[in-house]
Design a protein around this ligand. Structure first.
Ligand code: ZN
Ligand code: ZN
Length: 364
């Protein structure tokens, strides 16, 4: 592999999001090209490493494929969407107080531009996204399942409806005269330009409380334990991510963040999933294989009777239609493929031995 992103950030392979973000901030600060003693090449490298390691999906692909994972066809799409990040002014980023940890790269830009960093649009800061990992069994992936998890979340303050204002009474922001943003000259490598910046006084809302809500001290949000119901649809695969829009943390006056649920499906002892099909091996005694007969086999939908035709060979595969995994969000199911394996008895009675000897003399 070409580059070791963990080395670049100076963190261990199992570093958590907060550690990665902390290392990134420190290094980006050190190498920022606008700074004395800055180093643009290093700065770009640090950014590249952070973009990958701060995104759980990209990080997983990187761990699997190395830094060339973008060519590995890993899917997901949207890589390198922040390729021009170096062109932005990071002074804002580091100059800002109240920086929030725990989110991804986008959150960093949310703090700078207020809202959606990708479009550089003005707006109100969005609530933090929450990343969760849920492990389920193959049976649960087959039937779909609801799971509830308890989270400590910032939720909208109920006394002020999230406005932060006592009795929800607001007045126009004097700093930005209600516009929600202020303009500022910014110096970058590419020259000077005017940049709109979210108004600090009103956080982009254009209005401020007449007086501060006593219940939340004007923050508009309160940390609270909340039970979140996660509905995992039938047919889900290992590695897929569910997005629960607006279920993440609330933000004063802004949109709530999302919850991303990363699904892990445990390996099954008997069934192997390939796409929507299920593969299964069934042992049968050789007399059934030779003479034909019925065997009960396990499927994800319960037991099922499989007819074995006479003269079945070991390794033969039987296809049972529509007994595989249900299609995700569409009708129909995959198939089940049953490979039969002929087993030879370990213990033989005297009579069985005699019968086999007779068969042997018949050349069977
Ligand atoms: Zn303002
Ligand atoms: Zn309040």
């Amino acid at each position: 592999m070409a580059k070791d992103y963990y080395d670049i950030l100076g963190v261990s392979k199992d570093a958590n999001d907060a550690e990665i973000k902390k290392a990134y901030r420190k290094l980006a600060h050190t190498y920022h090209p606008d700074k004395k003693g800055g180093n643009e090449a290093k700065f770009k490298e640090v950014n590249e490493a952070y973009q990958t390691l701060s995104d759980p999906q990209k990080r997983q692909q990187y761990n699997q494929f190395g830094s060339n994972y973008q060519q590995a066809g890993g899917g997901a799409g949207g890589f390198g969407g922040y390729g021009n990040a170096q062109g932005f002014s990071f002074e804002d980023l580091f100059g800002q107080s109240g920086f929030s940890f725990g989110g991804g790269f986008e959150d960093v830009f949310s703090d700078v531009f207020g809202g959606n960093g990708r479009s550089r649009s003005q707006g109100q800061a969005r609530g933090r996204d929450i990343q969760l990992e849920v492990e389920i069994s193959l049976e649960e992936a087959y039937s779909g399942i609801s799971k509830s998890v308890e989270l400590d979340l910032n939720i909208a303050c109920d006394s002020c409806d999230g406005t932060g204002a006592q009795n929800k009474k607001m007045k126009q922001c004097t700093e930005c005269r209600g516009q929600g943003f202020v303009e500022r000259q910014v110096r970058t490598m590419l020259g000077n330009f005017a940049q709109r910046e979210t108004c600090n006084t009103c956080q982009g809302r254009g209005e401020i409380p007449e007086s501060i809500c006593k219940s939340c001290q004007g923050k508009g949000v309160k940390k609270q334990r909340k039970s979140i119901e996660i509905t995992v649809p039938e047919g889900i695969s290992d590695g897929q991510t569910l997005e629960m829009r607006g279920a993440g943390e609330a933000s004063a006056g802004g949109r709530a963040g999302n919850i991303y649920v990363h699904i892990r499906v445990k390996k099954h002892k008997q069934f192997e999933r390939r796409g929507y099909d299920i593969y299964y091996t069934q042992d049968i005694v050789y007399t059934t294989a030779a003479l034909g007969g019925d065997v009960d086999i396990n499927t994800l939908a319960g037991e099922l009777n499989l007819k074995i035709p006479k003269s079945t060979q070991s390794g033969e595969i039987f296809r049972i239609r529509e007994k595989g995994m249900p299609h995700l969000q569409s009708r129909g199911k995959g198939d089940m493929f049953v490979t039969v394996r002929i087993i030879t008895p370990k213990h033989l009675s005297r009579r069985a031995q005699q019968l086999l000897k007779d068969l042997q003399s018949e050349g069977i």
